[in-house]
Design a protein around this ligand. Sequence first.
Ligand SMILES: Cc1cc2nc3c(=O)[nH]c(=O)nc-3n(C[C@H](O)[C@H](O)[C@H](O)COP(=O)(O)O)c2cc1C
Length: 260
Amino acid sequence: MTAPHHRRRRLLTSDPPSLCWQPSFRTAFGSSVRQAGARRRRARSANHTQATGAAPISRARTAIFIVGVGGTPREGSTTERALLTALEGAESLHAHTQLFSGSFLAKLPIYEPQVRTRSEQEHQLVEAVRRADGLLIATPGYHGGPSGLLKNALDLLEDLRDDDRPYLHGRAVGCIVCASGTQSAGTALVALRSTVHALRGWPTPLGATLNTSGELFDAQGNLADASTSALLRQIGEQVVHFAQARRLRADQTRRQPQCE
Ligand SMILES: Cc1cc2nc3c(=O)[nH]c(=O)nc-3n(C[C@H](O)[C@H](O)[C@H](O)COP(=O)(O)O)c2cc1C
């Protein structure tokens, strides 16, 4: 499993390391613990914030919060590594992030509309997306489309249907596909973006398709190609920029005097 990013911490759950990470600040889930296996990325933890135990502050004052969903449960998943790079881009703009990796998604039950009970993992994912200011979603190209694992997780977002911000309303979503061929990568990206549209999200102008048939990553798990890395980081940045613009607009609207 790829080491998590330096600003991410594991949720206080019984999940084994690497399944689900959350940012280094107090959240609705309670205080977090330092993730034990954070090796490569934690070495870069210059801006790491300790959990304070303080109550969450108002939404307008909190950092932008970006949720990453995707990857495969496979050790060394290229999709997860690509997603982590995009999350790094978001974090470079001081966003807090939370990753729901392929291993985490594999713990979700198959979504069934008539079943109303929710597992702890389902609850965690839905609550994180509910709070999110933006998302990064990554999938392998499987038979020309996104993986069933990823789609199953997105189907669960039906739980957000009756929210004030239904589904992914008002959130930018960066879409990333890894496939061993260009054709599947392209069709899977289009399909993923269509799903994001259906969920009322805003796919970012940039999307990424990575051809994994070659050696994309070096021995340390870093992307060998600087331009691919820059693209993924840029997608993460676009998601944050959109969230910042939305927040600014909301602040301005609040400050405008009411007309009589
Ligand atoms: C069930 C399955 C279906 C796949 N279908 C395609 C495909 O249609 N086209 C393609 O280019 N690659 C296909 N692949 C290859 C994966 O997209 C590729 O290996 C991807 O990098 C896997 O992601 P991961 O490294 O995160 O596990 C498939 C792989 C699997 C396991």
